[in-house]
Write a protein that binds this ligand. Structure first.
Ligand code: SAM
Length: 270
């Protein structure tokens, strides 16, 4: 199963927003913006933006002092991002584009952010060269990539291996498989970025109502169709086994699961 793929059916973009952005990508975007700082006049590009949580969080925090553009390969993600921000004036610009070939002139942006996207791009070197090209000479790059699977996803993969297949289990772990801390820094240096910083940020993923939210988590994930094919009984077993494995993370009926991400930052050398 390729670790580099991440395509969602159109309805899944809404589930992604309702489930994953609320539970994990929103908290990660806010933790990232607590760690880096932007300045008035920055022009920020959010690459592989999904439903646009990083771009939206920048707008929430900095208002119109910072201009934001979001791009993603997946039409339905961009449609959802556009729909969620339709009342903003001036609007956030949303563009369907592959991270390795973006329709922007050289030096358009002062900051390029890519949250949990680079691991899905097959040609990471080409993507990083493209980030460098669309950044101004001393522009900043901010990449986040999970630092391994959380106990929740480890339990999910084990249950999928038992009840669906080893390939589907591997697909569920694809977002966590890339060794960003060792593989990204040399690519950044080769593309002309200066000293690279790798730090770890930790957030909690809260699964408020495990009985209903774990199935939503499964169906908002690329493994969803394979689980659906197996039927309700298999789904119930998978959910039960994940809950049993995560019992140590229960807090008043919810699951609170720790998850770490690498935050990799670098600045272009003029
Ligand atoms: C896990 S989601 C992260 C989305 C968003 N950054 C967030 O934090 O919610 C990964 C995203 O990468 C996008 N993606 C995968 N390959 C891509 C590529 N080659 N170019 C642009 N986007 C890509 C997918 O469509 C998906 O929206």
């Amino acid at each position: 199963m390729p670790q580099d793929s991440y395509q969602l059916a159109s309805s899944a973009a809404h589930i992604y927003e309702d489930q994953k952005v609320k539970a994990i990508f929103g908290p990660l975007a806010r933790a990232t913006l607590n760690t880096i700082s932007l300045s008035a006049g920055d022009r920020v590009l959010d690459v592989a933006c999904g439903t646009g949580i990083v771009a939206r969080s920048v707008r929430d925090r900095y208002g119109t002092d910072v201009a934001v553009t979001g791009t993603d390969l997946n039409d339905s993600m961009i449609e959802t991002a556009r729909m969620l921000t339709s009342d903003l004036v001036p609007p956030i610009e949303w563009v369907v584009a592959d991270a390795t070939a973006m329709p922007f002139a050289d030096g358009t942006f002062s900051v390029c952010m890519c949250q949990q996207g680079l691991q899905f791009v097959p040609d990471k070197r080409a993507a990083i060269e493209e980030f460098r090209r669309v950044l101004e000479p001393n522009g900043r790059l901010v990449i986040s990539i999970w630092a391994g699977a959380s106990p929740f996803f480890t339990a999910m993969a084990e249950a999928l291996a038992r009840h669906v297949s080893a390939d589907v289990a591997a697909l569920s772990l694809a977002p966590f498989a890339y060794q960003a801390q060792t593989e990204v820094p040399p690519l950044l240096s080769a593309a002309g970025f200066g000293p690279v910083s790798v730090q770890t940020i930790a957030i909690d993923r809260v699964i408020e109502e495990p009985e209903t939210d774990i199935p939503k988590e499964i169906f908002g994930n690329p493994v969803g169709p394979s689980v659906k094919e197996k039927g309700e009984e298999t789904l119930a077993r998978i959910v039960g086994e994940i809950r049993a494995a995560c019992v140590g993370f229960e807090r008043e009926g919810s699951l609170v699961i720790p998850q770490s991400a690498y935050l990799i930052t670098a600045q272009g050398v003029k």
